[in-house]
Design a protein around this ligand. Structure first.
Ligand SMILES: Nc1ncnc2c1ncn2[C@@H]1O[C@H](COP(=O)(O)OP(=O)(O)OP(=O)(O)O)[C@@H](O)[C@H]1O
Length: 331
């Protein structure tokens, strides 16, 4: 069986008109990647690199001014054969969401209605996918909550009555109760304190293993990626610049930006001062020509200012878009 998700040449721009002139923010610019069944694929990159835009585009959860300009997003759920999510009809899309493709968001309040009891959220999102009468459905939900160390009475609670960690576990329960094939998680633990964060990450890993689902996990936190993900893609200024099995990427990053992200991680007992990168990420309405990282890159050469580097596989499963790396120059 092929990959569960194949993204090909995807471009998604925020397109705005000011006095008749088109301004485009190229937040996702020519991204190609595949996600396999039964893996956790991490997506990293600093703020504004386009991570959220990419996953919204993958989930077809976009609205103007964000538009897909080019490319394809093909899911192959349960081996049904690849389908571009943008060719699904509205009923097909509704039948897919939560059942095959679900979403764990940054703030749990986005998905939990603050003025309705938790039970209603489960009924609204999951009931129609389960083909069970209501009492059996609610029993299934309670069982699933128990699996996430949540008591059945949370169903009768309002979201504000629960702690942040419990709310996030409820949203994970909601996203997993239909045993979806593919789960997108967007910074699901960023707002939580470290101890709660650890528990939530372990829970995501355990559920993923049990269900054999694929997870696309987005966070800027490289330490979380190191502990959780099987493979990792690094985004910079709207482009994927490196991708590899997580261990290989930490052992030997090939892109200078990835090397910088890894070097910025704090290490216990290491007091050497850490130097930030000079400069700021580019404005995506007018990114620099050539490699978008070149104004900040310690290895920049003339070619980097003129020619956009293409992704090349330099080691098995290890792709990088960097002129220096292609010449064997390590960061
Ligand atoms: N509604 C919008 N209109 C115009 N530009 C936008 C809009 N939303 C995001 N952008 C721009 O798109 C680019 C990518 O933003 P995005 O939120 O996808 O990045 P991110 O990597 O997810 O960042 P963060 O980690 O801060 O969420 C940024 O330059 C941002 O300013």
């Amino acid at each position: 069986m092929g990959p569960i998700l194949a993204v090909e040449g995807l471009k998604a721009y925020y397109q705005m008109r000011y006095f008749g002139t088109l301004r485009e923010v190229r937040a996702v610019d020519d991204i190609t990647l595949e996600i396999q069944r039964d893996e956790i694929y991490g997506l990293a990159g600093e703020s504004s690199s386009g991570k959220s835009t990419l996953i919204k585009t993958i989930a077809r959860a976009i609205r103007p001014p964000l538009n897909v300009v080019d490319g394809a997003v093909r899911f192959d759920f349960a081996g049904q054969g690849p389908r571009d999510i943008y060719t699904l009809s509205a009923p097909e899309l509704a039948a897919t969401r939560w059942r095959h493709l679900s979403y764990i968001m940054q703030g749990s309040m986005n998905v939990l209605n603050p003025v309705r009891r938790i039970r209603h959220s489960f009924v609204d999102f999951a009931f129609r996918h389960m083909s069970l009468p209501m009492p059996a459905f609610l029993r299934r939900v309670e069982e699933h909550l128990g699996h996430l160390s949540l008591r059945p009475d949370v169903l009768e609670s309002f979201p504000h009555e629960l702690s942040g960690g419990m709310r996030q576990r409820v949203t994970i329960a909601l996203a997993t109760v239909c045993r979806p094939d593919f789960i997108i998680a967007d910074e699901p633990t960023t707002a939580l304190d470290v101890v709660v964060q650890k528990g939530v990450l372990e829970m995501i890993r355990r559920l993923q293993r049990e269900m054999g689902s694929s997870v696309l996990f987005v966070t800027h936190d490289m330490a979380v990626h190191a502990n959780l993900t099987d493979r990792l893609g690094i985004m910079y200024a709207g482009r994927l610049v490196e991708e590899a099995p997580t261990r290989a990427l930490f052992r030997q990053p090939l892109h200078p930006y990835t090397a910088h992200l890894i070097r910025s991680l704090p290490r216990i007992g290491d007091d050497t001062p850490r130097h930030g990168l000079e400069g700021r990420p580019p404005n995506l309405a007018s990114p620099p020509p050539g490699c978008r990282f070149h104004p900040r890159c310690p290895l920049a050469m003339e070619v980097c200012q003129q020619t956009t580097p293409v992704m090349q596989e330099l080691a098995p499963g290890h792709r990088v878009a960097c002129h220096a790396a292609a010449q064997g120059i390590l960061p």
